[in-house]
Design a binder for this molecule. Structure first.
Ligand SMILES: [Zn+2]
Length: 457
């Protein structure tokens, strides 16, 4: 068995891992690169394998950095199945068409303003590509091994990171490798804890927070403190949020805080049609989380849902205190950009970032204290307070990653640390090496390992 790291090596985005065995090949995850331009350009580079020759894709979860290349893969000739959990498919039905829409918007904007060297600038993929790729999806139950290519089986188990998120073990007759996907936290208020690792010869583990320990903070109280700061000074709070997962947790916290009288009863707007659709999915996938029917109902009612672009833009004319939740989570696109333009210049206001901000995104720049933020080709001074919610992460921290790995029934022949910025991956590698004494490697982009020989090719 051979394993090639075609993404999420030295960075947190672009998860793509090619597994080859006996003349067959599958891809585990098929994500977009995001963040720095040099990374985003990889989305446009020729594929390192022939899409026609790929037997299947196995998808750990729906986030775009794991799924967002699928429409292009299908357009390039992939004709196999895409295997994933039920909720992952439902979320992809929301996320992939939206991703295509953003690609089309980018191309339109570049053409209108003459940004691109290419005339005309074309989208990476279109809505039609996204719709066509959704027809290739096949859903699989947790712990039901499925043959995904001749001689290769996949088995999913719960990762606790997002609705439907999984870890997946790929096994041939001789060799097995477990991919952590993105791993959640053991005590998430909404999702079930990650299940223990399935036994495998090799482990491929994420390291988003491989160099960090999450603070022991009650996420509701942390959110309450920030919201009170902004409302006390009469400001507007803009929360760029991932439409799926984070937005729902925030809605639940806001509802609980309001009912206990811990924050002012301000109007709350959920300005992301995608987030609205995703919120409704929680009621349909009750096995995938810990929320009661009542919680789901309250989550749906915690905010005024903003549907049309006109309603969205109307919010920007208002100056009274309010809370706007809008995608995208790293302010790299979406409706939140209009709200940032309107509110980032006033020191009364608060931009509250939630979740990991990949380097190169506007979210990361604002957190670093950038004096201006560039949106739609113009620079806007950042005078609003910029804060970050640290407690409500959807990723395990370094201690939690190690604790999870140790629960496995056997020590892997090698552990590959991926899906982290270089410092984070190196910090986690060091801990596997020094604390657990496990063989461990940080693979580089495009490295191929022969897993039968346990050697870099
Ligand atoms: Zn994820």
């Amino acid at each position: 068995m051979k394993l090639t790291f075609l993404g999420a090596a030295g960075t947190v985005t672009g998860s793509r891992f090619l597994v080859e065995e006996g003349g067959h090949r599958i891809l585990v995850d098929c994500g977009l690169f995001q963040g720095y331009k040099q990374l985003r350009l990889r989305n446009w580079a020729p594929l390192q394998f022939d899409a026609h020759q790929l037997d299947a894709v196995v998808l750990t979860h729906a986030h775009i950095d794991h799924s967002g290349y699928l429409p292009l893969l299908c357009r390039l000739g992939f004709r196999g199945h895409i295997y994933c959990s039920h909720a992952t498919l439902e979320l992809c039905r929301i996320l992939l068409p939206d991703s295509a829409h953003l690609q089309e918007e980018d191309a339109r904007f570049a053409n209108a303003h003459g940004f691109s060297k290419h005339k005309p600038a074309l989208p990476l993929y279109t809505r039609k590509d996204a719709d066509e790729c959704l027809e290739r999806f096949t859903t699989v139950d947790m712990h039901q091994p499925v043959v995904v290519a001749k001689g290769l089986k996949a088995e999913f188990s719960r990762a606790g990171h997002l609705l439907g998120a999984t870890t997946v073990r790929i096994a041939s007759a001789e060799t097995s490798v477990l991919f952590s996907g993105d791993l959640g936290r053991p005590h998430d208020p909404i999702l079930h804890a990650p299940e223990p690792p399935l036994p495998a010869d090799y482990l491929v583990i994420e390291s988003t927070y491989g160099d960090r320990r999450h603070p022991v903070v009650d996420p509701e109280q942390e959110l309450a403190r920030w919201l009170r700061r902004a409302s006390d000074r009469g400001g507007v709070t803009v929360i760029p949020t991932f439409a799926v997962g984070r937005a729902q947790a925030l809605l639940l916290y806001i509802d609980r805080l309001k009912r206990r009288g811990e924050i002012a009863d301000l109007p709350v707007y959920l300005d992301s049609p995608m987030a609205v659709d995703a919120t409704l999915l929680y009621a349909q996938h009750r096995d995938d989380h810990k929320l009661s029917e009542e919680d789901c109902r309250r989550m749906c009612q915690a905010a005024t849902l903003v549907n049309t672009p006109e309603q969205s833009q109307a919010l920007d004319g208002r100056r009274e205190p309010m809370i706007i939740l809008s995608a995208s989570g790293m302010a790299s696109g979406g409706r939140v950009l209009h709200h940032l333009k309107a509110f980032v210049g006033d020191p009364k206001n608060l931009v509250l970032l939630a979740g990991f901000q990949a380097p190169g995104t506007r979210g990361a720049a604002m957190l670093r204290g950038a004096p201006t933020v560039r949106i739609h080709g113009m620079d806007f001074p950042v005078r609003a307070e910029v804060g970050q919610l640290e407690a409500s992460s959807a990723h395990a921290d370094a201690d939690e990653l190690l604790a999870w790995a140790k629960r496995g029934a056997r020590i892997p022949r090698n552990t590959f640390v991926i899906h982290g910025e270089p410092e984070a991956s190196e910090a986690l590698r060091f801990r596997f090496d020094h604390e657990l004494k496990w063989p461990v490697t940080v693979p580089e982009y495009r490295d191929t390992y022969d897993l039968d020989a346990n050697a870099l090719l």
